[in-house]
Design a protein around this ligand. Structure first.
Ligand SMILES: [Zn+2]
Length: 312
């Protein structure tokens, strides 16, 4: 079994060995300290939020920092900005959970987008390789959207990449088989139901919860090995991805710090490396379990298990 390709990526990119948990914790705390200082200096929101707080010297200090929520983002998006608005190259507008709430907007610099592209490029290596054919069911027309970034990352890895809707998928399958199909979980299942009996080696699902019955159907109809991914716009689209052991999703821990807070197991995220609109202790609205136990694949990178929407 291969360890997740994230281990190698983190080692190559930062000279950081994910097996050395103390070194990873030091790396992450240093990133948080730099992030805190930048945010307090350049963002109106964080300047006000942290007026009584100093740069966290320890993890205990960090855990005392106030948390932030979707509502804060809806009400004052521009106050979160840490760069000149001219540096923002992509704005994602999203519906919020409440019916009467205004939409929320998340801002990215070109550098922020490149971080996600890098994660997709290296995270996808576990399930595909040069010469493979991939079908992307995520919307891919908008530049820098999940579908577009994934398509770029897979092309870099040497794959032939096509994007289509679920309805168009059967016609594409009839011309050429696909080694890899990527998309929101329910869309991938719908595409599989229209192309039963085709052979697909790997499937990447994201954006929606993937339950066991969906996994069973994908396995039965395509014979595929399924790799689920957890991420949201606020995490920079990418977040955590399954390895060959299929026992949870390994966290993109060089860019993100996830923590579970409270009895309900709420998942909060801190973006360690984003410049445009960083989040520090941001409530994702999901509940989850994180394990730091060594994965059967051999990796020590913590894994997110059993994600559920807050309302469920
Ligand atoms: Zn693993």
């Amino acid at each position: 079994m291969k360890t997740t390709s994230l281990d190698r990526w983190i080692w190559d990119k930062h000279g950081l060995d994910p097996m050395d948990r103390k070194a990873v914790a030091r790396f992450q705390l240093e990133k948080i300290q730099g992030l805190f200082d930048e945010a307090k200096m350049h963002s109106k929101w964080y300047r006000a939020l942290y007026q009584d707080f100093e740069t966290p010297a320890t993890w205990e200090d960090f855990k005392c920092l106030p948390t932030i929520s979707e509502r804060d983002l809806v009400e004052r998006p521009h106050d979160f900005l840490c760069v000149n608005p001219k540096e923002i190259s992509r704005i994602v507008t999203l519906e919020t959970s409440g019916t009467t709430e205004a939409p929320k907007r998340v801002f990215f610099t070109q550098e922020d987008i490149h971080l996600t592209l890098d994660f997709f490029h290296h995270g996808m290596k576990i399930m595909c390789g040069a010469g493979d054919r991939a079908l992307i069911l995520f919307p891919a027309k908008t530049p820098d959207s999940v579908g577009a970034l994934l398509s770029t990352a897979l092309t870099r890895l040497g794959l032939t990449v096509l994007a289509s809707t679920v309805e168009e998928a059967p016609a594409l399958f009839s011309v050429h088989p696909f080694d890899l199909v990527c998309g929101p979980a329910s869309w991938v299942v719908d595409a599989a139901s229209l192309t039963k009996g085709m052979s697909v080696r790997s499937v990447l699902t994201s954006s929606e919860l993937l339950d066991q019955s969906m996994r069973d159907r994908l396995k039965k109809w395509w014979g595929a090995e399924i790799f689920d991914h957890y991420g949201m716009t606020e995490t920079g689209l990418g977040g955590a991805v399954e390895c060959e052991a299929h026992q949870g999703m390994h966290i993109r821990e060089n860019d993100l710090y996830f923590e579970i807070i409270g009895d309900k197991g709420e998942l909060f995220v801190t973006t360690l490396t984003r410049r445009g609109m960083p989040f520090i202790r941001y409530r994702t609205g999901d509940r989850a379990v994180i394990t730091t136990e060594r994965c059967p694949c051999g990796s020590q990178i913590p894994r997110i298990l059993s994600v559920r929407r807050q309302s469920s």
